[in-house]
Write a protein that binds this ligand. Structure first.
Ligand code: SF4
Length: 85
């Protein structure tokens, strides 16, 4: 996806939050708390629908996207909070 196709990420509510909120490496209850915190951030995000479409288009299957947690590990390029990585 081109950088122009990701301009919506500039409005993402998750910008500035730690990566591990959305991609918790910790299993169990601590990871679950991080995922719930991330999902709550998504609920206030003005670009949640664009995020959902982006996840589907890029087949990004791990982490929290658009208020949903995914557990398969097929992330190809990360989301808004990882774009500088
Ligand atoms: S993961 Fe998607 S919906 Fe959630 S805050 Fe970030 S851009 Fe918005």
């Amino acid at each position: 996806m081109s950088s122009a196709g990701r301009s919506w990420m500039d409005e993402a509510a998750c910008l500035g939050y730690p990566d591990d909120y959305f991609f918790p490496d910790t299993p169990g209850i601590h990871g679950a708390k991080q995922r719930e915190r991330a999902k709550a951030i998504c609920l206030a995000c003005p670009v949640i629908e664009k995020c959902r479409m982006y996840r589907e288009a890029t087949d990004s299957g791990w982490g929290v996207w658009a208020g949903e947690a995914y557990s398969t590990n097929s992330v190809s390029e990360g989301g808004p909070r990882r774009r500088s990585a």
